[in-house]
Design a protein around this ligand. Sequence first.
Ligand SMILES: Cc1cc2nc3c(=O)[nH]c(=O)nc-3n(C[C@H](O)[C@H](O)[C@H](O)COP(=O)(O)OP(=O)(O)OC[C@H]3O[C@@H](n4cnc5c(N)ncnc54)[C@H](O)[C@@H]3O)c2cc1C
Length: 420
Amino acid sequence: MRYVIIGNSVAGLSACEAIRANDKDSAITVISDEPFFAYSRPLLSDYITGHVKIEDDRFHYRRAAFYDNLNIERMLGKKVRQVDTKNKKIILDNEAVEYDRCLIATGGTPFVPPNLKNSDIEGVYSFTNLTYALELEQALKIAKKIVVVGAGLIGAKLAEKLSLNGFDVTIVELTNKVLGLALDVPASSIVTGQMIKAGVNVITGDSVSEIMGTKKCEGVVLASGKKIECDIVVMAIGVKPNVTIAKASGIAINRGLAVSETMQTSVKDIFAAGDVVELYDKVFQMNHPIPIIPWASVCGRIAGENMSGGYKIFEGGFPVNSISIGNASFISMGYAETPEDCQEYVNDKRIDEGIYKKIVVKEGAIKGAIFMGEIERAGMVSAMIKDNIDVSSFAERIVEDGFWWHSLERTLREKLTRRV
Ligand SMILES: Cc1cc2nc3c(=O)[nH]c(=O)nc-3n(C[C@H](O)[C@H](O)[C@H](O)COP(=O)(O)OP(=O)(O)OC[C@H]3O[C@@H](n4cnc5c(N)ncnc54)[C@H](O)[C@@H]3O)c2cc1C
């Protein structure tokens, strides 16, 4: 058996570990177009602002010893163009690699609005991989003013860190709140306060319609007509599944690469996992990409298990977001805003201190949660969402200060701990 993994990151490496646990002898080859060992994308903003170094252990998930110990051949700095599914060959620029089972774990690519004028001129950067970060690092040596487009997790964190490092930073967000998908209005206001405190100029409800300059970025024009001078624009609008290989190889694609619950694509012996796929979201009850590390890791492991003779299925995920901006540390899951057919339970008694808790409940089960400032109970709530636990008899207590398992009656606690 010969396994080939395309993508040397969270999903690809989780698959390698699962394969090797089942199959000690067969050849495993990992191919990546990036020349680096696997690294932490969440730490890219710490790298760019000097808080972590490339050689630090926490920056690289895996180094040479990992591949050597598991006897994994690595082909780094090589781009896969297509999978010849008929002849079972991975096609690279000047060579081909045969496979019996293959995993596509090519992650996401940055989204840039197609109609954004001058988005290809010098001074406009993406921020989704180390190569982009190294380019941005060079540009920051002479830049002073930066516009970050998009106040999602990547943009908000980067804007705060750059501002704290002394740059003049403006963040522009199309919706009416920062971290709009992850937070409701009160929680988002706490984060906005922290960003402003860090010196970021926060603009919401507006978008960048044009980048000014001919060869080099000189500023941006917003949809409202406002102009902001800057040396650098960082596009942080989000990522979309990188389905280029799947497209070239005739593998089915929906909103991401389409997979079964065993992570099998539409083509026999080709599996896929991570940010490249769409997953079943058990909160929103639909298939869509959920591009975060926990699911890339879980699905990579499931794919590896099924590629190597085991059987595991993916039972559904949901969005989970967790970062710190200034003093505001939060974890949010599922619904951020409360839909009309749900009830919300909120504890905002200490919102002035940056502490805010909310759960969203539908038909007795938690479908969303925000824990801001005090995040210790979030793991328990995540397990309740995952297992669809009926919380109707104690929902309002979950957001109370000091709530913990032991706050529940013994019989209820025992019933729940058997499941969580
Ligand atoms: C700045 C930033 C911050 C983030 N912060 C968080 C966070 O705080 N928490 C969290 O859970 N998630 C976070 N994420 C998301 C997280 O990093 C991803 O969910 C995770 O990396 C997905 O892993 P993956 O293996 O699916 O793909 P990726 O990590 O995207 O890796 C895919 C790999 O495949 C390679 N590849 C693509 N095409 C080809 C080809 N044709 N040939 C060869 N190789 C190819 C790519 O170059 C890349 O190395 C963040 C992402 C970014 C960019």
